[in-house]
Design a protein around this ligand. Structure first.
Ligand SMILES: [Zn+2]
Length: 591
């Protein structure tokens, strides 16, 4: 159990003690039970001479390489608290050594957000700690989670089962690890970017060769090869499962073809001279033959699903039709490490369809259908009302047609959100689907939906999203883009407001312009006719973004100087909305 400074639990493997049972209970897919047991293994593991891994202290791994005088840490988990606990375990076992470098393998927060727990920001800024990352790291590390951040955070609860009780009828696993740690999010920008495959660094006597893998599992990602140690770190591009081409939290769709090609390249570049393969989730593999077999079958998994989806697309099949018929060949399907634990063949095929053709299946009956609640009312009307539907759905439930019962009861719930019987039958069907799922992501989603149908949407844990500390890594461009997303367009109708922004510490000037209910900005410009001119520091803007202070408070304290009409500024901020972090998903909004 890992706690934060206030004694709040951020990580608790004790909650998974129920996994000690050898046999899977009827409510968990046996294959998922196996993975859930493997993911509860935790501690400090040696991969080879000089390389260690902290596993089970968070969803991801921390890899530690021993240099001549200190250590290199690859990835820093998802919170300062878990990273601290991990590095303390290492120090306890191997002796305290200085951290000379940190490597971020890619842009997902479970690989960088803990850095504040193990190194000082000043040491990074001054270059005393080298922080190595793939090109464009900062562009994607936070931006991916900002513009659509509120929706993503809510949807992530379904993907990981974050608010579900843990247990044989609840959350058992998150596929890449147990779950995501809570705790303090930190982000220190890298001071050493890698841009090309084949680039090398020698850090504290350890030689590292990098292989770039952009637009694979993450928009910016690389693999690390250690020639002297005959070790390959494949980041998150080959873990012991079929990964997601489109995570349930929502993201830009990933490129299966590119992914497969990077694995192919890794095989060609490194496998003949590699004795141990590790990743930033799960456990390593040893032995050249096993490594080749594993990487080859992972490569072919992505290639097969990509190519066969496109074959079926070109025969005119739509996404659900492809998902229903696409099956892996036995040589791929029989490997545990290719199983549908996180991504699945069924939903990854839909992701590939989306990547090439988008959401529209070209059938105009689907071009402009009624939205869910309106369509639901018509379904009920045509089918003789809720009672008649529920009666027939119960029969289908008895016969195990859970997919259909979930589908039709969702219509009833959207037409009559207060209908207890409908909600319960919908929840029953979703639970059965969850218990049947080999994929942790599917199970978590089904069970979260069932939980909320039975109990309603839980209240938000806190109004301050936990990732706010990372917002200061955003460029001003990204901040203004996000302001645009928060603008209530209809309320802004007919208003024209122009504000000059003047950042005194970074020497940046911007014009932020509201016109036609759209917010746009121009850099390196000040408008003589602006309604107001603001002078402030980037640090003040960060405090406001991180909700440590408010705009009016900062003005009062003299941290923001306003020339011109302060009312115009207030008017603009009055048009910006905050988002409900716990919006409805399986019931109509406000239902
Ligand atoms: Zn990860």
């Amino acid at each position: 159990m890992i706690k934060d400074a206030d004694g709040k639990v951020v990580w608790d493997l004790g909650a998974y003690a129920f996994l000690e049972e050898d046999d899977a209970p009827a409510s968990v897919h046996p294959s998922l039970w196996r993975l859930a047991q493997l993911n509860v293994e935790h501690g400090l593991f040696q991969a080879c001479e000089r390389i260690y891994q902290i596993r089970g202290f968070d969803i991801a791994n921390m890899t530690i390489i021993e240099g001549n005088t200190g250590i290199i840490v690859v990835d820093t988990l998802s919170s300062a608290e878990t990273a601290r606990a991990g590095i303390d375990l290492y120090f306890q076992q191997r002796g305290k050594r200085p951290i000379v470098a940190v490597v971020y393998t890619h842009t997902h927060a479970d690989h960088w957000a803990g850095i504040g727990g193990i190194v000082e920001e000043a040491d990074v800024t001054a270059g005393r700690v080298q922080v190595v990352a793939p090109d464009k790291f900062l562009d994607f590390a936070v931006s991916e989670n900002v513009i659509a951040g509120n929706a993503m955070a809510r949807r992530a609860q379904y993907q990981f089962g974050l608010r579900l009780p843990k247990g044989v009828r609840g959350q058992v696993d998150a596929a890449l690890g147990k779950t995501i740690a809570r705790g303090t999010v930190t982000l220190f920008p890298p001071n050493d970017l890698i841009r090309q495959t084949g680039e090398r660094r020698v850090i504290d006597g350890v030689e590292i060769v990098f292989q770039m893998a952009p637009n694979s599992e993450a928009p910016a990602e690389f693999h690390l090869y250690f020639p002297a140690l005959r070790a390959l770190n494949i980041a998150e591009n080959a873990t012991h499962l079929f990964h997601n081409l489109l995570p349930f939290r929502g993201a830009e769709v990933r490129d299966a073809l590119a992914w497969s090609k990077y694995l192919n390249e890794a095989i060609e570049l490194f496998v003949g001279k590699t004795d141990v393969l590790m990743a930033q989730h799960h456990w390593p593999i040893w032995g050249s033959d096993r490594i080749r077999d594993y990487l080859t079958k992972q490569r072919d998994l992505y290639k097969y699903v990509h190519d066969q989806t496109l074959r079926l697309i070109n025969h005119g099949f739509t996404a659900p039709e492809i998902a229903e018929q696409l099956k892996l060949p036995e040589s791929l399907a029989k490997e545990w490490f290719n199983r549908d634990y996180y991504g699945t063949v069924r939903h990854n095929a839909k992701a590939i369809y989306q990547k090439y053709l988008g959401w529209y299946d070209s059938n105009p009956a689907h071009l402009d259908p009624l939205p869910p609640a309106q369509a639901a009312k018509k379904y009920l009307e045509y089918m003789g009302g809720a009672e008649a539907i529920i009666r027939r759905a119960r029969e289908d439930f008895r016969q195990g047609h859970y997919r259909w019962v979930a589908e039709i009861m969702n219509r009833v719930v959207f037409a009559e959100p207060q209908n207890r019987e409908a909600r319960t039958l919908a929840a029953d069907a979703l639970e059965q689907l969850g218990y049947l799922s080999e994929a942790a992501t599917w199970r978590n989603s089904y069970l979260c939906a069932a939980f909320e149908l039975r109990n309603g949407v839980p209240p938000p844990r806190s109004l301050t999203p936990p990732g706010l500390n990372a917002l200061r890594a955003l460029t001003i461009d990204m901040v203004f883009d996000f302001f645009g997303v928060r603008l209530n367009g209809p309320k802004a109708e007919g208003k024209k407001i122009a504000i000059n922004w003047n950042f005194s510490d970074t020497n940046q000037q911007y014009v932020l312009n509201l016109d036609n209910s759209a917010l746009t900005h121009v850099a390196n410009k000040q408008l003589a006719t602006a309604d107001a001119t603001l002078t402030l520091t980037r640090a003040t803007l960060d405090s406001i973004l991180m909700r440590k202070t408010t705009f009016p408070e900062a003005v009062q304290k003299g941290l923001v100087k306003i020339d011109g009409q302060p009312m115009k500024l207030l008017e603009l901020f009055g048009l910006m909305e905050n988002f409900n972090p716990m919006f409805e998903i399986v019931t109509p909004k406000g239902g």
